[in-house]
Design a protein around this ligand. Structure first.
Ligand SMILES: Nc1ncnc2c1ncn2[C@@H]1O[C@H](COP(=O)(O)OP(=O)(O)OP(=O)(O)O)[C@@H](O)[C@H]1O
Length: 597
């Protein structure tokens, strides 16, 4: 979930500001380091703009004193007013450069962090993705980095500005008007800290309101997603009432929060202004006794508001930095993950496509207690066509994932062309294995991009030839924009059979020695099926092929079928031999399928 700035901190987002945690920000700082020159200039402008602005209350006080006849460097109120405008102008110029320079630093460094994060993410092993939700990973690259960006562009700058204002302001006041300053310091900060504590409490309450609202929104989201179900069950009134009840709860909590907020705001106005009255009262009595001039009092009040603002600002900044540490922790965690084996020494070499599994045992790292494969051994000669059959969950897809080395083996070995997988360069291995998946997901670009994904830089001729072989050209050429037709989200939606043929064209273009066909579970209409099958037959020619069989109808032609049951190969042989075994597992599977259809 995207986190918005200014919301109450979630418990898990809070981090203590200790040395170790601040060190984490340093880890992110290495991304800022290349832009240090701009950062330094930004800081300098920040310092200058803060110091310039700090002269403002002083000169404003002199304006009043000069008006009441006192002597200063300039004795004409018009010139002093011009000086004040000058101060504002100079500080505006400084502020502009500060904002611009910090933006430059933060935008560039955050781009670098995002690029590094993304490059790292896509190189991480499957185990990493199994353990995390996609939404969480996306939020790291979006919200977490945005929060860091805020920190480096705004928060750090604000922190220094507030500290400079606070120290310089208090220092100046102590030197010029020590008595009143001590009086002010005894009242003002106490009030501000009280206000911050109350503020936090109120924010907690408003977070509860937001949570209730989010819960109510879930009802809308859920029902709109499955509006057909709602309608078919005539659940409209039920859902409307459910939503209304949710909203009633929101109102209830929001009103409770509003009660506290009202009290809080009244208190703040009363207490803070009360504080100002107290300071002004004491100041006025000092003016009355001649210990202080009116101009000094005006400067004093202005400085005090500056200081008050800084203290209040520091509270927010504190929260921001706590959050930023949490974000850097999450970002660094990904950056520190170990990627898959390096593919630096990649060379394109043709392979013959012989595969052998020897005593392979495997558990998924997320479920180490379950043996998904138990002692699987088989050999597929180059150019052989085999099928993996078995109930859902028997381990068919797992075998393919292991062949692609998406997971590391626990026991046994897998050899391709006689060489163990660990010895293969990952890129070389995967480049030689083509997959036509069960559910073809196309990227939201053009058909050309989708086919050429297998071979970036492929020429149009190559793409069209692949599309023709895949029986895809017939429908692609009928689109007015041909290969440039956009598919997905806002483009043309392709039918299941068409998507499969695009995937086949992709595999043809990849031209792998080993082909994996994950058979579609849902059947296509007869014509589509025939076109897909014909394309597949062409694709399988001269390649080692493993078919993951879900519907047994299409695997009659393979050389050998391996029948898997709970992670073990229980039978193997051709369709005809296996189907003839009356008590056989495969024969039973076939019978069940026919009973189903
Ligand atoms: N990433 C994973 N993490 C943990 N367990 C998994 C993972 N993928 C699969 N499994 C488990 O491993 C077992 C085998 O799954 P696999 O996907 O290999 O079966 P399958 O034979 O291909 O099934 P289907 O025909 O339904 O695709 C199942 O019990 C499944 O729950």
């Amino acid at each position: 979930m995207a986190k918005k700035r200014g919301n109450a901190l979630e418990e898990h987002e809070k981090r203590k500001l200790n040395k170790q945690n601040l060190g984490k920000l340093k880890g992110i700082f290495r991304f800022v380091w290349p832009y240090r020159a701009n950062f330094f200039w930004g800081m300098l402008f920040l310092l200058m703009s803060s110091l310039t602005l700090l002269t403002f209350p002083f000169v404003a006080g002199k304006l009043i004193d000069t008006a009441s006849g006192k002597e200063w460097l300039l004795n004409d109120i018009n010139s002093i007013a011009l000086v004040l405008l000058g101060i504002l102008l100079v500080q505006s110029v400084f502020s502009f450069f500060r904002v611009w320079l910090f933006a430059k630093v933060s935008e560039s460094s955050m781009r670098d962090i995002r690029t590094a994060l993304y490059a790292k993410l896509v190189q991480l092993p499957m185990t990493f993705f199994d353990k995390r939700r996609t939404g969480e990973l996306i939020s790291r690259i979006t919200s977490d980095v945005s929060l860091l960006q805020d920190t480096f562009s705004v928060t750090l700058a604000e922190l220094f500005r507030q500290i400079i204002t606070l120290l310089a302001g208090v220092g100046f006041l102590i030197v010029t008007t020590p008595k009143l300053t001590l009086f002010m310091l005894a009242t003002f900060p106490v009030l501000i800290i009280l206000a911050m504590v109350f503020g936090r409490f109120i924010r907690k309450l408003s977070k509860q309101t937001q949570d209730e609202l989010a819960a109510a929104n879930v009802i809308v989201e859920e029902t709109l997603h499955s509006i057909m179900t709602v309608k078919s069950f005539t659940g409209e009134d039920y859902e409307s009432n459910r939503y209304k009840r949710g909203l009633d709860r929101v109102v209830q909590i929001a009103m409770k929060a509003a009660g506290y907020r009202g009290a809080f705001i009244s208190f703040i106005i009363f207490a803070l202004f009360g504080g100002i009255v107290a300071v002004m009262w004491y100041g006025a009595s000092l003016v009355a006794s001649g210990e202080m001039s009116v101009g000094d009092l005006v400067s004093f009040v202005l400085y005090t508001t500056f200081i008050g603002g800084s203290i209040a600002g520091l509270g927010d900044i504190y929260g921001q930095i706590q959050k930023a540490i949490g974000s850097s922790e999450r970002v660094l965690e990904i950056l520190d993950e170990a990627p898959e084996a390096s593919t630096a020494d990649y060379q394109a070499t043709p392979i013959s496509g012989e595969i052998s599994f020897q005593n392979v045992k495997f558990q998924y790292p997320t479920r180490p207690e379950v043996d998904v494969l138990k002692n699987v051994t088989f050999h597929i000669g180059a150019g052989d066509k085999v099928a993996l059959a078995g109930h859902s969950g028997a381990g068919k897809s797992t075998i393919i994932q292991l062949l692609l080395r998406l997971y590391e083996l626990n026991h046994g070995s897998i050899l391709v062309d006689g060489k163990p997988l660990e010895k293969w360069n990952l890129k070389q291995l995967r480049r030689n294995i083509g997959i036509v998946p069960q559910e073809v997901l196309l990227f939201g670009g053009s058909i050309r991009e989708n086919i050429a994904y297998a071979k970036p830089g492929a020429s149009d001729d190559e793409i069209i030839a692949a599309a023709k072989k895949a029986n895809a050209w017939q429908f692609i050429s009928k689109f007015p924009e041909g290969l440039d037709t956009k598919v997905g989200e806002r483009g043309v939606k392709l039918s299941g059979g068409q998507r499969q043929r695009v995937a086949i064209a992709r595999a043809i273009l990849k031209d792998p020695a080993i082909l994996v066909l994950d058979e579609a579970t849902s059947s296509l209409d007869a014509e589509s099926e025939a076109l897909v099958q014909e394309a597949l037959d062409k694709l399988m020619k001269d390649r080692t092929t493993i078919i993951i069989a879900h519907r047994l109808a299409t695997i009659r032609k393979v050389d050998r079928i391996y029948v898997l049951k709970e992670g073990e190969i229980v039978e193997q042989g051709s369709h005809d031999t296996l189907a003839k075994k009356s008590e056989g597992f495969y024969a039973n599977l076939v019978r069940l399928q026919f009973a189903d259809t």
